[in-house]
Design a binder for this molecule. Structure first.
Ligand code: NAD
Length: 513
């Protein structure tokens, strides 16, 4: 393998078009980044495609070693990478650390588990029809995977998918959001060459949505994380080339709090789960249903806690709880949801407005007296709002929790763990937690995927790496009769034999008790 001595990716001439990246917490432009057009993306995919066979040939051990080296680099350079995440996203130091921690976890997990998930499966045939044969299923890399990521968690949602794709022996072209390309740039252009990744196996395609479309037109598979609307468009475009897509899309995750719950724990989780990364988490707690007897207490504890949070531009560790909004125009959506709720009778207990001055900040907000006529309970808000609705009982909470086009994550709070699990199983979502939220994402062995409009396919688990492969089934005939029962010419004897075999194998009636 030829290793890279210098930056791999977007080696664009100085005259090539660029776009600017701004820090949303200050409004300052922090970088200029290449803006790739169709030809630029196609050239990157060609380079990754040329590098991929040797990468696949290198084997799991070699790739795993590089992943572990990249993890060490990431830990060593954590402050630098965290700064890039803070600069591009306006997120707090702690929210940046969450991203780095998950990425380290993913690097180690897939380094250890990829070979197990993708080893050849030899099987003895399950049917006497294949007497004398053996079958082996193997997992071949697809080629070049296009990973398209959103702006809310650039590392988690870019590298979280690029790592298993690479471990499976694919090349990767990663397109980060044009809002947040800097952290991905640091890992691909600084980290990977520094630890000896081979040239061109993982390249960076920076640019707007159009750059993503060009990737859909040239890669062998698309792993997309982002909005449901864009995801549907990508699926349609990919269908023209008949390439697979895996989609992780929007959510409107419900939390149900039963009257026997530990309220302090429930509030703690709701506030972290709802406000982490300024509420811009696909699986953040977006709506809360609380049983009547404990509703007032829950709301009071929550309002007290939320009103004490410190919001401001990301600074040194431990100084700020809530950073800025990241997505351009996201504050307007949040504000529209709050205004809509208030107009329809909701009350704001704390927060409820954009902060004046420089930077794009929205105050962490608790809304009560909400219902499903309001956008804050039915549409993805993707901001620091915690709308809390009073419900009669668990059945009403379940009905409302399932009254959504989305089905990503969900949670139930109760001291009765069996009941909690039963209720969790009745929520129409790909993921459900009892007495927790978000943390399930760290179990990389379990599949994570959205139901309904929240996605197609999933990440994590065996499927999280096998999807980057083509399954090939190889059948080997070890011994066979001199004459094939279906061979030509067909005779009365062979036909009778076939018929008798059919009756013998499947003709017995099922015994009824
Ligand atoms: P987005 O859909 O606007 O953009 C996502 C990515 O797609 C960006 O890189 C963007 O440049 C690119 N893109 C835009 N148009 C494209 C096109 N036509 N063809 C190809 N690529 C295109 O999403 P966003 O605003 O960056 O992120 C927020 C959304 O992502 C929210 O809806 C959130 O719920 C969702 N999300 C889902 C998950 C999950 O795991 N299910 C995780 C995080 C975010």
């Amino acid at each position: 393998l030829t290793t890279t001595q210098n930056p791999t990716a977007t080696q664009t001439p100085p005259s090539a078009p660029t776009f600017s990246v701004s820090n949303p917490a200050t409004g300052e432009v922090v970088a200029q980044v290449p803006k790739l057009d169709d030809a630029g993306v196609a050239a990157l995919v060609d380079r990754a495609r040329a590098a991929q066979p040797a990468w696949a040939e290198a084997g799991f051990k070699e790739r795993a070693g590089l992943m572990l080296d990249l993890r060490s680099w990431l830990v060593h350079e954590r402050r630098k990478v965290a700064q890039a995440l803070m600069d591009e996203g306006g997120k707090t130091f702690e929210d940046a650390l969450v991203e780095i921690t998950y990425t380290c976890e993913a690097l180690g997990f897939w380094a250890r588990q990829a070979q197990r998930c993708l080893r050849d499966e030899r099987m003895r045939p399950t049917t006497p029809l294949l007497f004398g044969r053996s079958v082996v299923v193997r997992w071949a890399p697809r080629g070049v995977i296009g990973v398209i990521a959103p702006w809310n968690y650039p590392l988690v949602l870019g590298f979280g998918d690029a790592i298993p794709a690479l471990m499976a022996g694919n090349g990767v072209v990663l397109k980060p959001s044009s809002v947040t390309p800097l952290s991905s740039q640091a890992v691909i252009e600084d980290g990977m060459p520094a630890v000896g990744f081979p040239r061109d196996v993982c390249l960076l395609a920076t640019g707007p949505g159009h750059t993503g479309s060009a990737l859909v037109d040239s890669a062998d598979m698309i792993m997309f994380t982002g909005s449901t609307e864009v995801g549907k468009g990508i699926a349609q475009r990919a269908a023209q080339r008949l390439i697979p897509v895996s989609l992780e899309l929007g959510g409107k995750d419900p939390m149900i709090v039963l009257s026997d719950a530990d309220l302090h724990r429930a509030v703690e989780v709701a506030v972290t789960g709802g406000l982490m990364n300024s509420g811009q988490t696909c699986m953040s707690v977006e709506r809360i249903y609380v049983e009547e007897p404990v509703y007032d207490d829950f709301v009071k504890i929550m309002a007290d806690k939320v009103s004490s949070l410190r919001m401001g531009p990301p600074a040194s560790p431990g100084t700020v709880d809530i950073g800025s909004m990241t997505g351009p125009g996201q504050s307007e959506i949040v504000d529209a949801h709050v205004r809509d709720a208030v107009q329809k009778g909701a009350r704001v207990l704390t927060g409820g407005r954009r902060r004046d001055g420089s930077g794009d900040f929205y105050e962490p907000t608790v809304l009560v007296d909400v219902d499903h006529s309001m956008a804050c309970m039915t549409e993805e808000t993707f901001g620091p709002t915690l709308p809390v609705m009073k419900v009669r009982d668990a059945e009403e909470a379940l009905r409302l929790a399932n009254d959504s086009p989305y089905g990503l994550n969900s949670s139930v709070f109760t001291r009765d763990l069996d009941r909690g699990e039963q209720i969790a199983r009745r929520i129409d979502a790909g993921n459900a937690c009892v007495n927790d939220a978000l943390t399930n994402y760290f179990e990389l062995r379990a599949p994570f995927g959205g139901w309904k409009q929240s996605g197609l396919g999933g990440r994590h688990g065996e499927e999280g790496i096998r999807k980057y492969c083509k399954a090939q089934t190889v059948l080997v005939t070890r011994f066979a009769p001199p004459r094939d029962p279906l061979g030509y010419p067909r005779t009365r004897v062979t036909s009778k034999l076939l018929e008798a075999t059919l009756v013998m194998l499947y003709g017995r009636r099922r015994r009824r008790r």
